[in-house]
Design a binder for this molecule. Sequence first.
Ligand code: SF4
Length: 467
Amino acid sequence: MVTPNKDLIVEYQSVKSAYFTAYPSPGTWYEGFSSQDYGNAIIEVLSRNPELPIQFYVHFPYCKIQCWFCQCYQMVTHDRDKMETMVNYLIKEMDLLLALFKKHGLKPNFNELHLGGGTPSWLPIDLFDRLVDKIGTFIDLKKIHEFAIEVDPRTADVEKIKHFHSKGVNRISFGIQDFAPQVGKAVNREHTEAEIAELLKTRHLFKGVNFDLIYGLPRQTRESLKETLDTVFRLSPDRIAFSILGNRPDVFKHNAMMKIEEIPGLIERAYMWEDSFPAFLKAGYVRVGMDHFAKPNDEIAQAKYKETLFRNQMGYSPGRFADVCAIGPSGMSRYGEYYFASSYNIPDYFEFIDEGKFPVVRGYKLDKDLEIRRDIMNKIMVYYHVNYDYFSHLYNIDFKKYFAQEIEELKEFEGINAIQMKENSFTVTYFGNYFLRNLCLVFDKLNLKYMHNIESGKVIRKEKVVV
Ligand code: SF4
């Protein structure tokens, strides 16, 4: 473990920036993109590259219980009618896409399927089946590489998980966050080792099991986090997302349910990372990208070695896709140089679909310059290394001339030992891990005000919080 440099970490991590998992980040996409623009982008990109691998993502926005830390577009409901209505509209949105594909003779190469939210595991079985059966009419669920579902363990039992498998699911992702009872109470999300071990009796059915963990949660201490990690290592998931807490009570009213005085400060969080990183390695995991760990034989660990790993707004991919066709409220799609965001408001989302329109409210079209910058940021976040020759060759530019200003700015980071600069490359140091976003900012020429994508969608949540 190293002693985090308090002053530098506070100074740099206080700079407001995006996550840079998509660039430009979703909070900066602008209005003025229509349903027709969305359809035209699909036609343009798929006509140019009919084999383009694409992930199909379905956003189901309902949850059983509100977690206080959550920053997804979701809401709590126990109303089956609401869930059924949502499934009906998701199916209608698929019909709009299918009509477009048919009209233009397109056969998109959907090679992965991800059910996210919200809590797709909260769907009653018959509604889950309706949704998946519809997807199965245009995606061969037996042949795709990956069919993953996000599971809140409070919404599933062994039988339900076996059912997911029977419908083609081959990767299961459990939102755990922490096992310490005092932390669970502070964030309204409590899990026990026994509960998860019971669900994991089904693990032989899946090619992989993921856990989501968060550090920096209220009442979490370095000691309690160590105990949580010991529990996690006993349960032995294949992949672990280890994310830092985000807290935006101005955007997500329920975030205010976490007591600010109970949330570990920046330096305490840095120590949590310093404790945890070697613990993951000791337990046999490989670090993948910024905040994921995987067993060495897991696909994303393998992709790291093969240098095919890719990160977008949906997470890490072994390189099988970069583009995403997302349906459902708040869905974010990417087709080549285009990004699109769907409505963050369920009545509006329904209205779009009823009018026979794609529910697009914002978007972005990248020019070549922004595509290069996006690619550089991906290399920083995924490989901690940027080779100038690679970019010069790929984009037909002279990197050192093109980015002369940025290379000059990087010297500031060399000065604090965050990177090592060579004639034709730079590499992020171990200490530099704290500054990945700052390094991306060097290559961000848009200099826009960074907002959460929900904030910029002007849909600041005002609903009453339901437990
Ligand atoms: S289960 Fe909790 S963390 Fe997951 S989407 Fe729902 S509220 Fe958010």
